[in-house]
Design a protein around this ligand. Structure first.
Ligand SMILES: Nc1ncnc2c1ncn2[C@@H]1O[C@H](COP(=O)(O)OP(=O)(O)OP(=O)(O)O)[C@@H](O)[C@H]1O
Ligand SMILES: C[S@@+](CC[C@H](N)C(=O)[O-])C[C@H]1O[C@@H](n2cnc3c(N)ncnc32)[C@H](O)[C@@H]1O
Length: 713
């Protein structure tokens, strides 16, 4: 069905050439679910894009049902990680699913029926009439899967499909994938970073080496079916396999009888058989029509239409609009506007996790060199699980705070160190530090190379002080004396209705002004926190025709800086308090943007700089009471021209009781500001209305934040 022969790809040429694929041979049989894992950056997406016909490989060939793939074939579907970019926000869920079916020649009624059927297969029949932005992240990804299912592709490619949802949703989506695969006997190639996931969902796990990627392991997963999240993951064969895959990914030698122990890579079996979960009927005959299809060639821009119907061009060719053709808006679909309910998004959580202690030892494998740490899944049937998990969170945070405070990540920058050496360098007690590192390894922040020797994982590297958007200040800010006091006193705050922090220390911004070290930490914390969405503001919002963007209370101006970088014709004004503006100037100078920005110090309760076309307020209103917000917005209304725009960037609270970052941030607002709070879309609409604006639309950003766009009344 899928045959890949000697596939090679090199990006660029000459001294800067990068050999991404080093000769891949792989066969996938009909009805198989094959997972591809490998170190970050090894070439997994390059492989997938070559199969999808989105990239022309330098050598070799890919055959799908005997036909050489030269461009995106019609009988192929792709589900990408970034669901928010793969669904059209102005189309209902059913219309999104039905859209690609037009190319199958189905009439409107047939398309509708197929969409409703696919939606019911993913448990979303009730959401058919909603817009994607009214659904949680997990639900949106189910819509993407339904769209792929609806036209019954011969092959479904999934690129980190569950990478942007929380741990619980991820498990649900894994099970959904197994279910629909079994219903339709689908052939699926799934790329994942998650070793446990690959073993849990795969019939086979193919492991790629560092680039240039080659296959270093091809392991058949024979686990008793049907698989389920608890018993399958506890099964000794599962534990063993995940250890093997983990070692192969890391290139760590295993015991002689393991796939990782043998020097020779395992080759793909000649005839693969679908896994135990597959019970469904034969697949429908693939018909010409495909999901997805973004750009036909690599490195091209993907043009999609924005919610207002204007075309916007996003430059990330890696995530084209999946599951749909990239034609313009569907005339049948209504356009979301003011007064529409706000979207919900799942919290994007870095799953905390603990490998099963001793699990590998049971198989005679040195336990510490096991697979990638994954959060221990607290037994979901345990009614106390959410409480124990929250209590455990404090212990895990204590370990993280110690690492950040002592600067351990900086010491580990150049490679692994023993705990004794680290303790010496960081000024710590070795046996105490060893206990902290045992916990950090379980959390996936560091990993053990040999017993007692640790190196940073990708997550841990984010705590280095020298990386852009370092998370070290974010962790340190939480344990800053006043912050810590405020969080501990939330019960008192709730009892009295007045922030215990404010009662003791006065308003937060005065507190920070009087403590320059804490103030600098706070500004860096804000910078790091906005990192996931700062670039998205610049790439997803259309700034064409805009002369000046005023970043009101912009902090160091990281969002403005990224807008300026992506829009060379735009000029900026960074407005904040006197003591903050200095740090912003330095930040802009380092980015080489100081000539394109004016820096204005002031108080937004008095006035804000006039003359801007767009006024940006990032995480500003959430610090203040409704009355204060109306005063700030009133001053913005004074400053903005009648044809100007205001963009609020906030974590908008969803109506449903789903986990959401806004609810975490809101607890901090409660603790530190008392009257500051996270708000729902309708609450923002009300505030804006009082200040002379109308909420025009809401665009989602990664990480649970949104742009709320308002226009002067
Ligand atoms: N368009 C491009 N131009 C130049 N180099 C590229 C391009 N796309 C990818 N690369 C490089 O090729 C290598 C493989 O990238 P690819 O995205 O395929 O890896 P990956 O395994 O999917 O990564 P990750 O696990 O981090 O998602 C990386 O070193 C990457 O920097
Ligand atoms: C939560 S931070 C947000 C920073 C940035 N916009 C972001 O998105 O990360 C709020 C900002 O409001 C600024 N601020 C607080 N009171 C202010 C005032 N009265 N006038 C102007 N700025 C103020 C603070 O200095 C701080 O930079």
């Amino acid at each position: 069905m899928l045959e890949i022969s000697n596939l090679t790809h090199t990006y660029g040429s000459g001294p800067s050439a990068h050999h991404a694929l080093g000769g891949i041979d792989l066969k996938v049989a009909e009805g198989e679910l094959v997972c591809i894992v490998g170190p970050s950056g090894c070439g997994k997406s390059t492989l997938l894009r070559s199969i999808a016909g989105l990239l022309r490989p330098s050598g070799g060939e890919v055959l799908l049902n005997g036909v050489r793939i030269e461009q995106t074939p019609d009988n192929l579907a792709v589900v990408f990680q970034d669901y928010s970019r793969s669904l059209f926000p102005w189309m209902s869920v059913a219309d999104n699913v039905a859209l690609p079916l037009r190319r199958k020649g189905m009439d409107k009624k047939q398309r509708r029926e197929a969409a409703v059927e696919a939606l019911s297969e993913v448990g979303l029949e009730k959401a058919a009439g909603k817009f994607p932005w009214q659904l949680s992240g997990g639900m949106q990804q189910r819509v993407s899967i339904a769209r792929a299912l609806a036209y019954r592709p011969a092959l479904m490619l999934m690129d980190e499909p569950f990478g942007s949802v929380d741990a619980q949703t991820r498990e649900d989506l894994e099970d959904l994938t197994l279910r629909v695969r079994s219903m339709h006997n689908m052939t699926i190639l799934l790329i994942t970073h998650d070793i446990d996931e690959s073993v849990y969902v795969g019939d086979r796990v193919v492991v790629l080496s560092k680039s240039p990627a080659g296959i270093v392991g091809d392991l058949r997963v024979d686990l008793p079916g049907p698989r389920d999240q608890i018993t399958t993951r506890e099964h000794p064969d599962f534990v063993h396999l995940r250890g093997e895959v983990g070692r192969l990914v890391r290139g760590v030698p295993g015991p002689p009888d393991s796939a990782a122990g043998g020097a020779a890579p395992r080759s793909a079996p000649e005839t693969a058989t679908p896994g135990a979960d597959t019970t469904g009927p034969d697949t429908d005959v693939p018909t010409p029509d495909a999901d997805t299809t973004g750009p036909g060639t690599d490195d091209t821009d993907t043009t999609t239409s924005d919610a207002d119907g204007t075309d916007t061009t996003t430059s990330d060719a890696d995530t084209p609009a999946s599951g749909a053709d990239t034609t313009g808006p569907d005339g049948e679909a209504p356009e979301p506007g003011a007064g529409d309910p706000e979207p919900e998004t799942d919290t994007i959580e870095p799953g905390a996790d603990t490998p099963k202690p001793g699990a590998d030892k049971d198989r005679g494998v040195p336990g510490d060199t096991g697979p990638a740490p994954r959060p221990e899944r607290i037994h979901m049937s345990d009614p106390q699980a959410p409480i124990w998990d929250a209590i455990g969170g404090i212990s895990r945070f204590a370990a993280l705070a110690t690492m950040a405070e002592l600067g351990c990540a900086d010491e580990l920058r150049d490679g692994p160190l023993s705990v004794d050496e680290l303790a010496l360098r960081c000024g710590a007690n070795p046996s105490s530090l060893a206990r902290v590192f045992r916990q950090l390894a379980a959390m996936g922040v560091v990993t053990t190379t040999t017993p007692g020797v640790y190196e940073l994982t990708e997550a841990g590297a984010a705590l280095r002080s020298d990386v852009p958007g370092s998370l070290r200040p974010a962790v340190r800010m939480i344990t800053e004396d006043g912050f810590w006091y405020g969080m501990g006193k939330v019960p008192q705050t709730v009892r009295t209705g007045t922030s215990a922090f404010v009662e003791r220390f006065g308003p937060l911004y005065g507190y920070l002004k009087g403590r320059p070290e804490a103030g600098a930490l706070f500004d860096d914390y804000m910078t790091a926190r906005a990192q996931p969405f700062a670039t998205a503001v610049a790439s997803r919002y259309d700034f064409s025709g805009v002369g000046t963007v005023v970043d009101v209370a912009g902090g160091k101006g990281h969002i403005l800086a990224s807008v300026l970088k992506s829009n060379p014709e735009v000029g900026g004004v960074l407005f904040d308090q006197e003591q903050v503006v200095g740090g912003a100037k330095e930040f802009f100078a380092e980015a080489g943007l100081e000539d394109r920005c004016k820096f204005v110090a002031g108080d937004f309760f008095a006035s804000v700089p006039a003359g801007g076309d767009v006024y940006l307020l990032g995480s500003v209103l959430h610090n203040w009471s409704d009355d204060d917000c109306v005063r700030i917005l009133g001053n913005v209304r004074e400053a903005v021209a009648d044809d100007g725009r205001v963009l609020l960037i906030e974590a908008v609270v969803p109506d449903e009781d789903v986990p959401h970052i806004s609810k975490d941030v809101d607890m901090r607002m409660l603790a530190l500001f008392g009257e500051g709070m996270e708000r729902s879309g309708s609450q923002y609409a009300e505030l804006l209305d009082k200040a002379g604006f109308r909420l025009n639309r809401q665009l989602e950003l990664p990480g649970g934040f949104s742009i709320v766009e308002a226009l002067p009344l």
